[in-house]
Design a protein around this ligand. Structure first.
Ligand SMILES: Nc1ncnc2c1ncn2[C@@H]1O[C@H](COP(=O)(O)OP(=O)(O)OP(=O)(O)O)[C@@H](O)[C@H]1O
Ligand SMILES: [Mg+2]
Length: 497
């Protein structure tokens, strides 16, 4: 039996055709992966199923019964749940309160004891393990995501949609998530899973549907597939993904971190130097000081102990704007909070951080022509999928927002680029493009600090690697002197800590 049937779904936003007659069939009890390049229409299709958007035409059947889904509330009553990439939890409330929020039984006071009992039964069934009284603000990203999944289950969801759930997770958290999803499949739940990581598709799914440019390409059995074939289906032609990495010829020091204390509570301080023309990779499991290091270099936080130097001057006390003027480019790990203005147009977003750049402003006035020409050239160079530069940035697909931030930050030839998780949420072709761009920047003599929790990315891209563990740099070597296994051991603190 099909849990979901979406027939001939069409959706346009202004002049953008997001979906053009897409069909989707999902069987009861399967894990079904939705694949496609950035902007292919995956999120839009699932937002329609969850009642967040209305399709222009087409129809939907749940468990083979035709339905109209006008709101998430209605989707929930049809036992559909969705976990978005940006969590919708109330941070100041506890796990328990968040789970029952919006699903209180009866109209009077909430019977917490009864809720707790019901939660515990479900927790046991799916091997979740929450501290129900912990505040959501104290949870890690992976834990918050598990609360979101559990919330859907608690509301009685039999069909669970996960939009790029692994993009923000560490490898350890990904394995926990996969175990939970295996459990849910064993309990007969139907799971729709969006990802850009083909290895995950191979590991997790029973079947795969590929979308390309808003159109349905094919639904296939995963066991008949391999990553190369899937990539070809997504892109529409054979893809050869190679990064062209030549020898590294480092020059003078560009970034110097001197005696910097990352966590005020720890003894550790770090020293590191990134030279012109090299990529220095910071490896580490998330939460070992990566975000703090990023903030100290960017200037959103000032170090209490230690200094940050750029091109031979101490910039520890400089504002973010001043650092940008001195040639700092930043791709922040949390692009939603730190790199885009969601309510503003694409063009305005290209101006962000460059308001004082003489190329784009003169005597306090924005030079619109120059700015628009710049935005247009970047949109073309990076194949950013937009319908117009006047469009709001929040209307772009996740991956296309990320491409915009990248192009803006590297477009003006920074002397130092801090790239934190630069390819998070990008499709395979875009990852390849961005990686080659980084190598090109390095070959032009720029210094790059790459902060990434993806071991393969660190190994492939870096000239030198330092491992961050509990706020300390526990080892630093030429990239060629590490094996993957060794690096993994250091990251887990099993060596050198
Ligand atoms: N609210 C909106 N307003 C205008 N255009 C939109 C809106 N939502 C999506 N789009 C457009 O629809 C197309 C499909 O976007 P969608 O977010 O579904 O892509 P996606 O496959 O999820 O991509 P990604 O992998 O980057 O997340 C894109 O061109 C996007 O710009
Ligand atoms: Mg999406």
């Amino acid at each position: 039996m099909d849990a979901i049937r979406m027939n001939n779904i069409t959706k346009t936003f202004g002049t953008t055709v997001a979906l053009a007659g897409v069909d989707l069939r999902i069987r009861v009890g399967e894990v079904h992966c939705l694949l496609g390049e950035n902007g292919a229409g995956k999120s839009t299709l699932m937002n329609i199923l969850y009642g967040l958007y209305r399709a222009d035409s087409g129809d939907i059947a749940i468990n083979e019964v035709p339905v109209e889904i006008n709101s998430p509330k209605m989707a929930q009553s049809l036992h559909i749940g969705m976990v978005h990439q940006h969590f919708m939890l109330v941070e100041s409330m506890t796990v328990l309160q968040n789970i029952i929020l919006g699903n209180e039984e009866g109209t009077f006071a909430i019977d917490y004891k009864k809720c707790r009992e019901r939660i515990e039964v479900l927790e046991h069934l799916y091997h979740f393990d929450f501290d129900l009284d912990a505040k959501v603000s104290e949870l890690s990203v992976g834990e918050m995501q598990r609360v979101e999944i559990f919330k859907a289950v608690y509301r009685g969801a039999d069909i669970i949609i996960l939009d790029e759930p692994t993009a923000v997770l560490t490898p350890q958290e990904v394995s926990v998530l996969f175990r939970i999803l295996d459990d849910m499949r064993n309990q007969g739940k139907t799971i729709v899973f969006i990802t850009h990581k083909l290895q995950e598709t191979m590991r997790l799914s029973d079947r795969v549907t590929v979308l390309r440019n808003g159109k349905f390409v094919q639904t296939v059995e995963t066991k008949d597939m391999d990553p190369e074939t899937l990539a070809t289906m997504m892109v529409g032609h054979a893809v050869e993904l190679v990064t062209h990495k030549g020898a590294c010829c480092p020059g003078d020091p560009v970034l110097e971190i001197r005696g910097l204390k990352i966590f005020s509570t720890s003894e550790n301080t770090i020293n590191l130097t990134v030279r012109a023309g090299e990529i220095y990779g910071i490896a580490g499991v998330d939460g070992n000081g990566q975000q703090e290091l990023e903030r100290f270099i960017v200037g959103t936080e000032r170090p209490k102990i230690g200094e940050v130097w750029l091109n031979g001057s101490d910039i520890s006390a400089c504002t973010v704007a001043k650092r940008k003027k001195l040639g700092l480019g930043v791709i922040p790990s949390d692009r939603h909070r730190n790199a885009i203005l969601p309510g503003m147009s694409i063009v305005d977003n290209f101006l962000l951080g460059l308001q004082r750049n003489s190329r784009f402003s003169s005597m306090g006035l924005v030079r619109h022509k120059a700015l628009e020409a710049y935005a247009e050239s970047m949109i073309t160079a990076y194949a950013i999928k937009v319908s117009s530069e006047r469009q709001h940035i929040s209307e772009l697909s996740g991956g296309n927002q990320q491409k915009l931030v990248f192009s803006r930050e590297v477009g003006l030839d920074p002397v130092l680029l801090v790239a934190a998780q630069p390819v998070r949420g990008l499709d395979i072709g875009a990852i390849d493009y961005i990686h080659n761009q980084l190598l090109e920047l390095r070959d032009r003599g720029q210094a790059i600090l790459l902060i990434s929790t993806e071991l393969s990315e660190i190994m492939e891209m870096s000239d030198r690697i330092g491992v961050l563990y509990k706020g300390g740099l526990i080892v630093e070597r030429d990239a060629d002197d590490f094996t993957v296994e060794e690096l993994g051991l250091y990251m887990a603190g099993g060596k050198g800590a």
